[in-house]
Design a protein around this ligand. Structure first.
Ligand code: PAF
Length: 280
């Protein structure tokens, strides 16, 4: 496996790479990322994983500086799952001059997480567009854990005609249901014990919708109350249409329940799709 830090060296390495399958990450890899890499392996001749903590997508008071940077451990894990190339650029390599050109993501980027993290998805879309141009993959793999991000990237790829197939990987969970996330490392033991409630609460909401309940405001309030009663600070719990990420309307056939909530200083996100068999 080659670990490459410059765009020039990556160009040379990928000159004869065939179909490139790409997994963009910010590192501190866990089993969720490794599943995405295995998925990429099945979609290309050469698997490229980028590791880059992108300053553009962090707000001024967010965790950019404390975000865990674990390149050596990440590379050991990536070797084991058949990654061919790690692209780990510096900030100066990615942004040699202040980034004046940015991607304006679709309006849904200002809702859900975007309402609480202004500019976040603009930063994500911009770095992903840059990485797509640098890596020039045939396929790129993103996790459903970041459901809104996946939706925004799919929209960007479609509307800007990137010749890239986007493949979605399922969320990987700990045995108690907590979605794997690099930010789980911030949780204290007591918070870690409480954290699976987020998934359980979303499952409960999804099951209610699956049974035919269509009182979405009440479902959202009940989920919020359940979390707040156990010490969570809830940014949002929201039922959305999977096709548009809009609030469901009469045409909606498939639903997803998304949430972001804080345990102490740690913000967790998760989502549960309502099983199509129960959604009609
Ligand atoms: O999901 C992430 O880890 C990041 O948002 C991404 C897609 C690598 C862009 O920095």
């Amino acid at each position: 496996m080659d670990v490459i830090a410059t765009i020039h060296a990556l160009d040379e390495r990928l000159a004869q790479a065939g179909r490139v399958a790409f997994v963009p990450t910010m590192g501190n890899l866990h089993e969720g990322h490794l599943q995405l890499v295995r998925l990429a392996r099945a979609h290309g001749d050469t698997v490229v994983v980028s590791i880059f903590v992108n300053p553009l997508q962090f707000g001024p008071n967010e965790d950019y500086h404390k975000y865990p940077r674990t390149l050596a451990e990440d590379c050991a894990k990536l070797t084991d799952v058949g990654c061919d190339v790690v692209f780990a650029p510096t900030v100066a390599e990615m942004y040699p001059t202040p980034q004046q050109t940015e991607i304006l993501p679709p309006p849904v980027a200002d809702e859900l997480c975007g309402a609480f993290r202004p500019g976040h998805f603009r930063g994500v879309a911009t770095v992903v567009a840059k990485l797509f141009n640098i890596v020039q993959p045939t396929v790129a793999v993103f996790g459903k854990k970041d459901y809104q991000q996946l939706f925004i990237i799919r929209t960007m790829v479609r509307e800007l005609n990137f010749p890239i197939q986007i493949v979605a990987g399922e969320t990987v969970r700990a045995e108690d249901g907590l979605a794997l996330s690099s930010r789980n490392a911030y949780l204290s033991p007591a918070e870690r014990a409480e954290a699976p409630r987020l998934y359980r609460t979303l499952l409960g909401a999804a099951e209610a919708i699956g049974r035919g309940d269509r009182d979405f405001p009440l479902i959202e309030v009940n989920a919020r109350n359940e979390l707040e009663a156990h010490g969570w600070r809830v940014d949002y719990v929201s039922v959305r249409d999977t096709a548009t990420l809009a609030v469901p309307g009469p045409q909606t056939r498939q639903f997803v329940v998304l949430a972001a909530a804080w345990l102490g200083d740690t913000r967790l996100i998760d989502n549960v799709e309502v099983m199509p068999a129960h959604a009609a």
